[in-house]
Write a protein that binds this ligand. Structure first.
Ligand code: SDX
Length: 429
C-alpha cells in the first residue's frame, strides 16, 4: 500500500510529497499538515473527505454498514449490554468487569440530582419551550454550578465532568418534558436502572405509584446504546471544535446539543414522525417520494440518507426490530405509523433515485415510531438522542483533551470577496 502521495502541478512548481497515514481500520489518510508552508490549502466544505482527528472510540464502515464502539460490533452491544456498560466502554475503552461496573453505576447514581437552584433555569422559559432549547440552557448553566470543571487540563476533573453529565442529563431531559406538561419535577430514584429512572422521571407523578415496564425499559436502554456515539458527526465535531479552545465541558456539550437539533442531524427523528403524520396514509407515499426527488423542492425524505453509510445503517435494522418488540409488547402490532414507515421504506428502496444514490433508512427513521409508542412526544425525540449522545460527546471530548496532537481548531478558507479598495467618504459614495 502507498506510504506517500505526491502532488504535481501543471506549472513549474516543484512536486510536493505528503505522507500517507494508516489507521487500524478504514480509509488511509493523506497528511496535509505541511501543505500550508508550500502555499496551498485544501478545500472541502462539509468535510466530505477530511479526517479532522485521530480517534480510538468509534469506527464506521459506510460501504459495509458496520459500526463498532471500541471494536465491538453495535449488534453485540445492543443485544448484550445496558447503556451504562456502553458508556463505560466509550469513556474508558473497555467493557467494565463486575467490580468496575458496580463502582461506575454507583458513582453515576450519586450524581443524578441537580443543584436545587438549577430548577429556576427551567422556570425562565415559557411552558411551550422546545425541550432542546431548555437542555441547551440548563446543560450550559452547569458551568456556573460546577466551576471546578472549568480546568480542562486535569484528567481527574475531566472524568468528574463526564460523570456529572452522564448522571444529570437524563434528569435535565425529563424535567424539560415535565416543565412542558406543567407537572412537578420528579426526582431521580437511584434504586432504578438508568432507563427505568428516566422513564420514572418522565412519566411518574407524586400522586400515584409508577412502575416502569421492564420490556420497554430494556428497549429504551437499547435505543440509548444505538445513539451513543458515531465518529465525527456534526454535533461531535462541534463538541471537539468548541473544546479545542479549552472551553469547559458543559459549554461544549451544550454546543453539541445545539448542533444535534438540526433536522439534517438529530432533529431528523422528530422530523420523520412529523413527515409520517403529515403523510398519514400509504396512498400519499408516492406524493412524498416525488417531492423528495424534485430538485426544485427542498423537501428531503426524513430518516433517509447518510453522509457515511452507503448501505443500511445497522442501527436502523436494530431499531426496526426493537419497533416490532415494543409494538407487540404494547399490543400495537397494527400500529398504522409503523406499517406506513415499512411501506415507505420498501417503496423508496425500490426506487431508482434512492438506489442509485445509495440512500437507505438511517437511525432516525424508526426511532421516533418506537418512542411515540412508548408515550414520548415528538418534541422529546431529539432530547433523548442528546441524552444518549452525551456519552459519545464527553468521551470524544476527554480523548481530544488528552491528545498531545490536539490544537485549537482554526480552519482556513478560499476567499472570494472584494480585493483591496480604498475608503470613500459618505458624500463620495
Ligand atoms: C444523523 O453523521 C452522522 O453520523 C449523523 C448521525 C449520527 O448518529 O450522528 O448518523 C445521525 O444525523 C442521521 C441523518 C439524519 N438526517 C436525515 O434523515 C435528514 C434527511 N437526510 C439528508 O438530509 C441527507 O441524507 C444527510 C444530511 C443525512 C446527508 O447529506 P449529505 O451527505 O450531504 O448527502 P447529500 O445531501 O450530498 O446527498 C447526496 C444526494 C443528493 O442528490 P444529488 O445532488 O446527488 O442529485 O442524495 C440526495 C441529495 O439531494 N439526498 C436525498 C436525501 N438524502 C440525500 N434526497 C432525498 N431525500 C433524502 N433524505
Amino acid at each position: 500500500m502507498a506510504t506517500k502521495a505526491t502532488i504535481t502541478f501543471d506549472s513549474d512548481s516543484p512536486p510536493i510529497d505528503l505522507p500517507i497515514l494508516k489507521g487500524s481500520l478504514g480509509t488511509d489518510v493523506i497528511d496535509i499538515r505541511s501543505l500550508g508552508k508550500h502555499g496551498y490549502f485544501t478545500y472541502d466544505p462539509g468535510f466530505m473527505s477530511t479526517a479532522a482527528c485521530n480517534s480510538d472510540i468509534t469506527f464506521i464502515d459506510g460501504e459495509q454498514g458496520l459500526l463498532y464502539y471500541r471494536g465491538y460490533p453495535i449488534e453485540q452491544l445492543a443485544e448484550n449490554c445496558d447503556f451504562l456498560e456502553v458508556s463505560h466502554l466509550l469513556l474508558h475503552g473497555e467493557l467494565p468487569n463486575v467490580d468496575q461496573r458496580e463502582a461506575f453505576v454507583s458513582t453515576i447514581k450519586q450524581h443524578t440530582m441537580l443543584h436545587d437552584q438549577m430548577s429556576n433555569v427551567f422556570r425562565g422559559f415559557r411552558r411551550d419551550a422546545h425541550p432542546m432549547a431548555v437542555m441547551i440552557a440548563v446543560v450550559g448553566a452547569m458551568a456556573a454550578f460546577y466551576p471546578d470543571n472549568n480546568d480542562v487540563s486535569d484528567p481527574a476533573l475531566r472524568k468528574t465532568a463526564a460523570i456529572r453529565l452522564l448522571a444529570k442529563v437524563p434528569t435535565i431531559a425529563a424535567w424539560s418534558f415535565k416543565y412542558n406538561l406543567g407537572q412537578p419535577f420528579m426526582y431521580p430514584k437511584n434504586k432504578l436502572g438508568y432507563a427505568e429512572n428516566f422513564m420514572h422521571m418522565m412519566f411518574a407523578t407524586p400522586c400515584e405509584e409508577y412502575t416502569p415496564n421492564p420490556i420497554l425499559a430494556k428497549a429504551f436502554e437499547r435505543i440509548l446504546i444505538l445513539h451513543a456515539d458515531h465518529e465525527q458527526n456534526a454535533s461531535t465535531s462541534t463538541v471537539r471544535l468548541v473544546g479545542s479552545s479549552g472551553a469547559n465541558p458543559f459549554a461544549c456539550i451544550a454546543a453539541g446539543i445545539a448542533s444535534l437539533w438540526g433536522p439534517s442531524h438529530g432533529g431528523a427523528n422528530e422530523a420523520t414522525l412529523n413527515m409520517l403524520e403529515e403523510m398519514g396514509d400509504v396512498s400519499r407515499i408516492g406524493e412524498f417520494i416525488k417531492r423528495a426527488k424534485d430538485k426544485s423542492d427542498s423537501f428531503k425524505l426524513m430518516g433517509f440518507g447518510h453522509r457515511v453509510y452507503r448501505n443500511m445503517d445497522p442501527r436502523a435494522s436494530i431499531m426496526r426490530k426493537t419497533c416490532h418488540e415494543v409494538l407487540n409488547e404494547l399490543g400495537l402490532h397494527d400500529d398504522p405509523m409503523f406499517k406506513l414507515a415499512m411501506e415507505l421504506e420498501k417503496i423508496a428502496l425500490e426506487d431508482d433515485y434512492f438506489v442509485t444514490r445509495k440512500l437507505y433508512p438511517n437511525v432516525d427513521f424508526y426511532s421516533g415510531i418506537v418512542m411515540r409508542a412508548m408515550g414520548i412526544p415528538n418534541s422529546m425525540f431529539t432530547a433523548i438522542f442528546a441524552l444518549a449522545r452525551t456519552a459519545g460527546w464527553i468521551s470524544q471530548w476527554c480523548e481530544m483533551n488528552a491528545d498531545p496532537e490536539q490544537k485549537i481548531g482554526r480552519p482556513r478558507q478560499l476567499y472570494t470577496g472584494a480585493e483591496r479598495r480604498e475608503f470613500l467618504a459618505l458624500h463620495e459614495r
